[in-house]
Design a protein around this ligand. Structure first.
Ligand SMILES: [Zn+2]
Length: 209
């Protein structure tokens, strides 16, 4: 099996393997009503031993975090991502290896203003916080990400137009192509601003930037 390379995360998965990993953890988003699974995403920077998990409008369960670490360890990184030691206060660095991105993502917006926070962009926000990056442009973020050997963010549903464009323009890998624009608003994690559906910035590749 060929792998895209070895990094701080071990032997990295191929895009297809990573997508299968995300679906295994969260299920494919689909169905309707109560059966519909929430949008979830997992991301990583290739140069850092950390996995960012997020479930839209919720928290990632301890079991899911543990499963993610376990699966990753079995498949790609025997010694990198430690698992099942979240309760151990002496293992803080290992605790950080698999995290709920919503712990780190930051926003000044109130809960009621958070429609348009897409799982992929919550992962980006967490990466910004974790690294203390404060880019002002997409190009600046692209430079930071390139210095970490790149990044991947894969969701259990196709990326919307704006998330897809954002990831393309910042050098973040994803799978499944780019879908239609969201039916609600779209949150730009660099600007911490929600752009209204159909507003003046909506037609832009990446609203606000
Ligand atoms: Zn989106």
């Amino acid at each position: 099996m060929s792998h895209p390379g070895v990094s701080a995360l071990g032997a990295l998965p191929t895009a297809e393997e990573f997508e299968a990993f995300v679906i295994k953890l969260f299920g494919q988003r689909g169905g309707t009503g109560k059966k519909q699974k929430p949008t979830a995403a997992v991301g990583y920077l290739k140069g850092q031993a950390g996995l960012y998990l997020v479930v839209q409008k919720g928290a990632v369960s301890h079991d899911t975090l543990a499963s993610a670490g376990q699966l990753w360890k079995e498949k790609w990184a025997a010694d990198v991502v430690k698992v099942g030691e979240f309760e151990d206060d002496d293992e803080e660095e290992e605790d950080d290896a698999v995290m709920d991105a919503s712990w780190l993502a930051s926003s000044r917006l109130k809960k009621s203003e958070r429609t348009g926070f897409h799982a992929e962009m919550v992962v980006v926000s967490a990466m910004l916080s974790a690294n203390n990056w404060k880019p002002k442009t997409l190009g600046e973020l692209k430079t930071y990400i390139a210095a970490q050997q790149g990044a991947m963010i894969v969701a259990n549903a196709q990326a919307c137009k704006h998330c897809g464009n954002f990831m393309t323009e910042t050098g973040i890998g994803f799978v499944g192509g780019i879908g239609a624009a969201s039916l609600t608003g779209w949150w730009n994690p660099i600007l911490d601003r929600v752009f209204a559906h159909g507003g003046t910035e909506w037609g832009k590749s990446v609203p606000g930037l």
